[in-house]
Design a protein around this ligand. Structure first.
Ligand SMILES: [Zn+2]
Length: 462
C-alpha cells in the first residue's frame, strides 16, 4: 500500500492525499489552494492523478482548504461516493455554495473587463449547479462507526475537535495478508476549547498523516483569553460607539455568540443590540444547533439549561442586505458580528466604512489575519485602510484576542501523538516549514518518532 500527497505538503492549503490499497484508490480531502491569485490559479490545474480511477473520497472536514476542489473533481469526471461526517455534509452545503457564488461573481467581473477588451469570456472555477451535483455524491457518516468501503478497506471517523463535524480518519487496511492502520489527523482542534469535544487519541497506527499548522508554538491558555476578552468588554462598555467583530462564519461566529451567552450578565451585554450580520454565519449557527450531540459536556449542560447554546435576548439575525444596510444608520450601541474574518470581502467592509474612522468605535479582531488583508492592516495599527479605492482613517480602537484558534498548538499536537502507544511513523502535512521543522524535532527528541515531512508528489509505501 502507498500514499502520495498532492496538496498541503509543505503548505497549509489544498489538502489532498491519494491512498492506493488492495487495488483501490482513495482520495483523502480535495481542498482548495488559497492565497495569492497566482497560487489560486492552480485550482484550475488538471489533477496529478487519474480522476476516473478514484474509487472513493473521504473528507476530513468542511473547511474549503479541505473540501473546496470537490466540485472540480466532480466536473473532471469523479462520480463516486464522498464520505464525511454528517455535520460536515451540512456545512459543505453552505461553504461550497458560497465558494461557487464567489467564483461566479469573480468570473462575471472578469468577463465585464474582458468583453470591453474584446477577449473571450472565462467560466467560473465551478458553478452552483456543479456544487448541487457534487453534494449528491455525499455519504454522511457518524463518529466511531466503522464502514467497510471495499475488501480490505474500512474507515472510521473520530472527533478532531476542530470545527463541527471535523474528523480524524482511521483506515484499517489489508492487502495480500498484510494489515496496516493509516491515521489521517485532518485538522486537530485545541484542547479544552469551548463547544466541541476534544480530539480523540488513538492508540495504534502504522502510519500517521499529521497536520502541523501550529507545530512551532502554543496558543495562550483559555484563562488568559477570558481575561483578555473581559478587559476588551470593559473598554467597550465605557464608550458609546459601535463595536465591529470581523469573524469567520463557521466556528468563530458561534464561539463568540456562545461566550456572549455564557457571560451575558457578567459582561453587561444587555445594554447592546447584537447583530449577526451574515447569512452564512446564521446558517452555520443553525447547523451547530442541529448537532447538539457533538457538543462537549459544558456546552451540553449550558444548552439544556438555557434552551440553546447561543441564545441572546438582544441578538438580531440580519439575513437580507436591506437589514444589513439599516444597521449603518445606528451610530452607537451596536455590536456587529460579520464576515469575512480577515475583512477581505463580505458585509464587514461596509460596517468598517461607516464606523472605522470614528473615535468611539471599536474593532475586535478574533482570528489570524494574513499578510496583505485589511484585517492585518488594522492589527498593525495602520493610520488608514483602503476600501473600494478610498483611503479611510482608522479612528477606532483596535483590540486583538490572541488565543482563539481552531487549531491545536504544538503541545496539543505532541499530546495527540503521545496517545499512540506503538510510536508510529509520521508524515507531516498541512504546515509551513516554520511550523513543521520544530514539530519534527520535538517528535524525534521526545518520542524517538520515525517522522519526516511529506514531500509534494512523492509516494510513500507502508
Ligand atoms: Zn480546518
Amino acid at each position: 500500500m502507498q500514499i502520495t500527497s498532492y496538496g498541503a505538503a509543505g503548505q497549509v492549503t489544498g489538502s489532498c492525499h491519494l491512498l492506493e490499497v488492495a487495488g483501490k484508490q482513495i482520495l483523502l480531502d480535495c481542498g482548495m489552494i488559497q492565497g495569492s491569485s497566482r497560487a489560486e490559479a492552480h485550482n484550475r490545474d488538471r489533477f496529478a492523478f487519474d480522476v476516473k480511477k478514484i474509487d472513493a473520497v473521504i473528507l476530513s472536514h468542511a473547511h474549503i482548504d479541505h473540501s473546496g476542489r470537490l466540485p472540480v473533481l466532480h466536473t473532471a469526471g469523479y462520480q463516486g461516493p464522498i464520505y464525511t461526517h454528517e455535520a460536515s455534509f451540512d456545512l459543505c452545503k453552505v461553504l461550497l455554495k458560497d465558494s461557487a457564488y464567489i467564483h461566479e461573481k469573480e468570473a462575471e467581473w472578469q468577463n465585464r473587463k474582458r468583453e470591453r477588451k474584446g477577449m473571450e469570456p472565462v467560466s467560473p472555477l465551478y458553478s452552483q449547479q456543479d456544487v448541487e451535483n457534487t453534494l449528491e455524491q455525499f455519504e454522511p457518516l457518524q463518529y466511531n462507526t466503522p464502514l467497510k468501503l471495499a475488501d480490505g478497506v474500512t474507515v472510521t471517523l473520530h472527533d478532531a475537535g476542530h470545527i463541527l463535524g471535523s474528523a480524524i480518519v482511521e483506515l484499517t487496511l489489508s492487502e495480500n495478508g498484510v494489515n496496516r492502520t493509516l491515521v489521517f489527523s485532518g485538522d486537530l482542534g485545541q484542547r479544552n476549547s469551548p463547544i466541541l469535544r476534544d480530539y480523540t487519541r488513538l492508540k495504534h497506527a502504522d502510519l500517521v498523516l499529521m497536520e502541523s499548522t501550529y507545530g512551532d508554538r502554543d496558543h495562550r491558555d483559555p484563562a488568559h483569553t477570558f481575561a483578555e476578552v473581559s478587559e476588551i468588554v470593559e473598554a467597550i462598555n465605557s464608550k458609546p460607539g459601535n463595536v465591529l467583530i470581523p469573524a469567520f462564519s463557521v466556528g468563530r461566529s458561534q464561539l463568540i455568540l456562545y461566550m456572549f451567552a455564557k457571560y451575558f450578565d457578567e459582561w453587561d451585554l444587555g445594554r447592546w443590540q447584537i447583530f449577526l450580520d451574515s447569512p452564512m454565519a446564521i446558517e452555520a449557527t443553525r447547523i451547530y444547533a442541529r448537532h447538539k450531540n457533538l457538543y462537549d459536556d459544558d456546552a451540553r449542560a449550558f444548552e439544556m439549561e438555557n434552551d440553546g447554546l447561543m441564545r441572546l435576548p438582544n441578538l438580531i439575525y440580519s439575513q437580507r442586505s436591506e437589514q444589513s444596510m439599516q444597521i449603518n444608520r445606528i451610530s452607537s450601541g451596536a455590536i456587529i458580528i460579520a464576515g469575512s474574518g480577515m475583512c477581505t470581502g463580505g458585509r464587514i467592509r461596509h460596517h468598517l466604512k461607516h464606523n472605522v474612522w470614528r473615535n468611539d468605535c471599536h474593532v475586535v479582531i478574533t482570528g489570524y489575519q494574513a499578510y496583505g488583508t485589511i484585517g492585518r492592516d488594522l492589527v498593525e495599527g495602520k493610520s488608514h485602510i483602503r476600501l473600494w479605492g478610498e483611503a479611510i482613517k482608522v479612528g477606532a480602537t483596535i483590540h486583538t484576542i490572541g488565543g482563539l484558534s481552531a487549531h491545536a498548538g504544538q503541545s496539543d499536537l505532541l499530546h495527540w501523538y503521545d496517545g499512540f502507544e506503538n510510536r508510529p511513523r509520521v508524515l507531516l502535512v498541512h504546515g509551513e516549514e516554520r511550523g513543521m521543522t520544530p514539530l519534527l524535532a520535538e517528535l524525534k527528541s521526545r518520542f524517538n518518532a520515525p517522522a519526516e515531512v511529506a514531500e509534494q508528489g512523492r509516494t510513500y509505501r507502508f
